[in-house]
Write a protein that binds this ligand. Structure first.
Ligand code: UDP
Ligand code: MG
Length: 311
C-alpha cells in the first residue's frame, strides 16, 4: 500500500461527513492505493456512528476506537502503529487544513524528503494562539536544531521507516512533529491553506495548550533548566556584589543608612523567589517526565478496530 491517511477525531460530528467525502475524493483521484484510518479519541457525540457508517460503505476506511480521551498525539501514535502505507499522512478532522493539499506533501516525499510538513501561510486562528506559536516555533527550532516555521500544523506526511522508528521509541508524552524532525534526515516545508474552524470548537483549551508546550520544551532539551541554572549563578553573583555594597555603605554612612534599603531588598527578594519557583517548576516537569517514562503505562487503550483491509 502506498498511502495511509490518519485522522484523529474528538467530537467532530459536524465536520466528519464533509471531511470524509472530500478526503476520499482526493485519495481516489490520486490513483494510489490508500487507506484512511480514523482514530476516535473517546468522542461522546455522533462521530463514531458517522465513521462506522462510512467504514461500512468504503473498504479503504478503518476506525480505531479508544476507550476514553487520550489526546491527539496518542491518537496519532495508535494510527502510526496500525498504518500499512509507505507514506503516512496526518490530517485534522476539522477541515482547517483542506484535504486537497495532501498531494503537495506526497510530491515532496517522492522528491526524497523523509518528512513533509505543512505550514499555515495565512493562519486563521486568534492572535492569542498565533503569537505564542511564533515564539514556540523559534525556540523549538533552536532546541532540536531543525528550523521550522510551523510546529503546530498537523497536516504532515512521513516516510514509513521514520514512523516505525517513532513507534518503536515508545516515549509516553511526545510532540510528534518535533520528534519526527529530530529523527529525520531531511525535512521539507510546504505552504498549505488554512481556514477558520467553521464547525465545532477547538479541542485545545488554554491549559491544554500550556501542557502541550511544556511537553515540547522539556521533552527535547535540557536547555530550559540549564538557562535557569545560569540565571541562578548570575543572580548569586549580583547578590554578592550588592551585599558588599550594603556593608560598605553601612561603614561609610553609619547605621541609620541601612534602614532605607529595606524596600530595595524586598524587590530583590521577590525576584529571587520568582526564579526559585520557576526552577522548582522546571525540575518538577523533568521529574514528572521521568516518572511517566518509568511507569511505562500504555499510551492508550483500544476498545475496538472496525473495517480496513484484512492484514
Ligand atoms: N483531537 C483529538 N483528541 C483531542 C483533541 C483533539 O483527537 O484530545 C483532534 C481533533 O478532533 C482534531 C484535531 O485533533 O481533528 C485538532 O484539534 P483542534 O482542531 O481542536 O486543534 P486546533 O486546530 O485548535 O489546534
Ligand atoms: Mg483545528
Amino acid at each position: 500500500m502506498r498511502l495511509s491517511i490518519l485522522v484523529p477525531v474528538y467530537n467532530e460530528a459536524d465536520n466528519l461527513p464533509e471531511l470524509i467525502s472530500r478526503l476520499l475524493k482526493v485519495a481516489r483521484d490520486s490513483k494510489e492505493s490508500f487507506e484512511v484510518i480514523v482514530i476516535d479519541d473517546g468522542s461522546s457525540d455522533d462521530s463514531v456512528r458517522i465513521v462506522k457508517e462510512a467504514v461500512k460503505m468504503n473498504k479503504e476506511m478503518k476506525l480505531i476506537r479508544f476507550n476514553r480521551n487520550y489526546g491527539q498525539h496518542s491518537a496519532l501514535f495508535a494510527g502510526f502503529a496500525e498504518a500499512q502505507g509507505d507514506i503516512i499522512v496526518t490530517l485534522d478532522a476539522d477541515l482547517q487544513n483542506p484535504p486537497e493539499e495532501i498531494p503537495k506533501l506526497i510530491a515532496k516525499i517522492d522528491e526524497g524528503y523523509e518528512v513533509a510538513g505543512g505550514y499555515r501561510e495565512n493562519r486563521q486562528d486568534s492572535i492569542f494562539r498565533r503569537i505564542p506559536s511564533f515564539f514556540i516555533a523559534k525556540m523549538t527550532s533552536k532546541f532540536i536544531k531543525v528550523k521550522l516555521k510551523d510546529y503546530g500544523c498537523m497536516l504532515r506526511a512521513y516516510k514509513k521507516d521514520l514512523v516505525k522508528e517513532m513507534v518503536a521509541g515508545g516515549e509516553a508524552a511526545v510532540y510528534i512533529p518535533a520528534l519526527a524532525n529530530s529523527l529525520a534526515s531531511s525535512v521539507a516545508e510546504v505552504p498549505v491553506e488554512h481556514h477558520a474552524r467553521e464547525k465545532g470548537k477547538s479541542k485545545y483549551s488554554f491549559l491544554r495548550l500550556l501542557h502541550l508546550n511544556f511537553d515540547l520544551m522539556t521533552g527535547f532539551s535540557l536547555l530550559p533548566i540549564q538557562l535557569v541554572g545560569l540565571a541562578g549563578v548570575a543572580i548569586a553573583l549580583a547578590g554578592l556584589a550588592f551585599s558588599a555594597f550594603l556593608i560598605g555603605m553601612r561603614f561609610i554612612m553609619g547605621p541609620e543608612w541601612a534602614v532605607q534599603g529595606v524596600f530595595t531588598l524586598f524587590g530583590i527578594l521577590f525576584f529571587f523567589v520568582g526564579i526559585e519557583v520557576l526552577a522548582i517548576g522546571l525540575i518538577g516537569e523533568y521529574v514528572g517526565r521521568i516518572y511517566q517514562e518509568v511507569r511505562r503505562r500504555p499510551r492508550y487503550r483500544i476498545k475496538e478496530i472496525i473495517g480496513g483491509h484484512p492484514t
